[in-house]
Design a protein around this ligand. Sequence first.
Ligand code: SF4
Length: 334
Amino acid sequence: MSERIKAIALLSGLDSILAVKLIQEQGIEVIGVSFTTPFFGSDNVYRTAEQLGIPLHVVDITADYIPMLLHPRYGYGKNMNPCIDCHILMVKKALELLKPLGAHFVITGEVLGERPMSQNQGALRIVERDSGAEGLLLRPLSAKLLPPTIPEQKGWVDREKLLDIRGRSRKPQMALAEKFGITEYPTPGGGCLLTDPGYAQRLKRYLSFNPTPEKEELELLKYGRHFHVANTNNAWIVVSRKKEENELIIANMHPSDYLLHLRDLPGPRTVIKGKNIGNEVLRQAAALTSRYSRKAREREMVTVVAKKPADKQAQEIVVSQAEIQNLLAELKPL
Ligand code: SF4
């Protein structure tokens, strides 16, 4: 009995769904793969895989993603999105799964010319070459415009049944979606935070505070208000904005961080990151903790508790409203 040919599909938005459909139509079994990092997740891809009737493998690639993000060989897009290097890494990771999943090649929903920087002829070639996928990376939507791949050469896939979509117009994809009866699909990249100007700016500033961040620090950047105390002290302060963020902030703390809260009143949780945090920064963080509590603003004097997880004893910091004004005069949220 001949071996059943299997493909691994990088699942993201509509284009990848269409790519899967085209390959499934040729009798090839498809396995979905989705990658997660602090910047994008797989939440909405579960539904996609379910609709396509394919298994889904979700892999956290943060450990490999961070070094790439800090020094992307092909640079950033408009914000902090290193799209070409990101594609290279994802294809590389998908290739690593070929053997364990018993698959033969990788498919993506990339369309030639759809994104001028990351999906032009040169970029598609670079992704294939630098990921080590030579001949094993098939883009069904634009395949006829690209050199034949191994699956086409070996006759696993009929090249004639693949497409020649090019450019930014989404009309061919919409028509194809209609043909396949697809009405529901997620945003490509799962709403990648690296393309978000606000997050990108915060991240850039954070890298000036700590050029080698860990996963938890990148997670933390997603929540709360952030302040960089960049004068003689180099400290980073995060203040939660709502109750639900308190736990998220605590969950992504480092054991060397300070955690602050109001002693007698409801209010935010504040984290201070940095080495050799002195009294001045502690008082600034205490002022911020008071500033963002409605109840604390009504009091003349406020007591804030500060403690590192390993500290036996907490410190109490008392700040007055006048001092809070002074301490916060030059601190602006990022
Ligand atoms: S938008 Fe984000 S997830 Fe998509 S390729 Fe670019 S960096 Fe990667």
